[in-house]
Design a protein around this ligand. Structure first.
Ligand code: ATP
Ligand code: MG
Length: 374
């Protein structure tokens, strides 16, 4: 990072010396432009913060989670908070920077993703928004079955769509208040997450409990609570998503950290303690066991018949955008097996698998008799 970038970072963070921090940034490239991004959380600085030619794009802050609604929600906010649906896709920040030719989309860890950039330009009226708000960024979730990073179906999304849940200052990260943000999204026609209610204290906890019961029944992820001024934020998720996470992780058992698995089981424990009656608890225990064991056995059987494990994705877009995406993924060290490649009108549609080498190799070794020391 050069001196101008370091000065811009120091100004954005309102900090003096940022030499140590700047050293943690990684070099990235997009469209022939070199820039730097922070790959992990550091004290006071969000993961994914990027510095591009003297301009700073702040990362999206990590949202704390409560495990218990009744004790975690009421005291968390000074005043009222809005309860909005938490969507299960991937986090995107869209910013308009002079170094690039048009607005670009950053992923959580600060890559400019060519595919997401093209999607954002297609789905959102960025020209109108950035003409009025050049120093702001749009924060949203890209959801739907056709995307390169996640796969969660929403009945209302056939391919993919973008939901905007934040409008923030690009350099300082300050959010717009909730009402103002929702009005801005309406003004430019951006799709946004469902809002349940605005409340405070015990009433807020009751809104969360009702919303989560409703979302759980519909197979959806959960809620994010946001103080009416735009901060702070808090999240709480449904049993359905805990079990889906576990099922996915146990379908690739050696590619997910043990913390990932343990945290989902603990979330289920606290949710059951707070909300289940005896019959509900037995039902949850049964579903949890199935979410763990069935995908694991299926993974073992897949390797047994000689197939590699992995995550399947479908993407669609202009041929050059899809080609740029596949390059972008391979640049990150992923092994991509393409098993479908076709044209639909002017779009290229590719089905591919991100090969999960650790899971495939470990399971194969155990099937061939490798022992474990435990
Ligand atoms: P971290 O723990 O660092 O926040 P994570 O990916 O584990 O990362 P999640 O558990 O998915 O985080 O929860 C936070 C994310 O939820 C946000 O980064 C955002 O991408 C997503 N999200 C979905 N819907 C909303 C919403 N309505 N408001 C805010 N964030 C939302
Ligand atoms: Mg998420």
């Amino acid at each position: 990072m050069d001196a101008a970038d370091r000065a811009a970072l120091a100004a954005a963070l309102d900090a003096g010396d940022v030499a140590d921090l700047a050293a943690q940034f990684q070099r990235r490239e997009h469209d022939g432009v070199t820039f730097h991004a922070l790959p992990d959380y550091r004290r006071d600085v969000e993961k994914g913060t990027a510095v591009v030619d003297g301009e700073v794009v702040r990362g999206f802050p990590s949202i704390p989670r409560t495990l218990v609604v009744d004790s975690g929600v009421p005291g968390y906010f000074d005043g009222s908070a809005a309860v909005e649906e938490k969507l299960n896709g991937y986090n995107v920040r869209v910013a308009d920077l002079p170094a690039f030719d048009g607005p670009v989309a950053f992923t959580r860890s600060g890559y400019v993703c060519p595919y997401t950039t093209a999607r954002a330009r297609d789905l959102l009226d960025l020209e109108a928004f950035f003409a009025d708000h050049p120093d702001r960024m749009l924060c949203g979730e890209l959801v739907g079955p056709e995307n390169p990073y996640t796969s969660h179906d929403y009945a209302e999304v056939d391919s993919h769509d973008m939901f905007v849940f934040g409008v923030r200052e690009r350099r300082g990260g300050e959010p717009l208040p909730v009402d103002r943000r929702r009005a801005v999204c309406r003004e430019y026609g951006f799709r946004q997450p469902e809002r349940f209610d605005v409340a405070a204290g015990d009433e807020l906890a009751a809104v969360v409990a009702d919303a989560v019961a409703d979302l759980d029944g519909r197979g959806r992820e959960g809620v994010v609570l946001t103080g009416v001024d735009g901060a702070p934020q808090l999240k709480y998720t449904t049993g359905t998503i805990h079990r889906q996470d576990l099922a996915h992780a146990f379908s690739l058992p050696y590619d997910y950290g043990r913390d990932f698995l343990f945290s989902r089981v603990v979330r289920e424990g606290f949710q059951s303690a707070e909300f289940d009656d005896e019959a509900g608890r037995r039902e949850r225990a049964h579903a949890l066991g199935e979410a763990i064991l069935l995908p694991l056995v299926e993974a073992i059987e897949t390797v047994q018949v000689g197939e590699p494990l992995g995550e399947d994705h479908t993407v669609r877009g202009a041929p050059e955008v899809v080609a740029a995406l596949l390059d972008h993924l391979e640049d990150q060290g992923l092994r991509i097996d393409v098993h479908g490649d076709r044209r639909e009108d002017s779009e290229r549609v590719v089905d591919f698998r991100k090969v999960a080498a650790s899971s495939t190799d470990s399971i194969r070794a155990h099937l061939e008799g490798r022992t474990v020391d435990e």
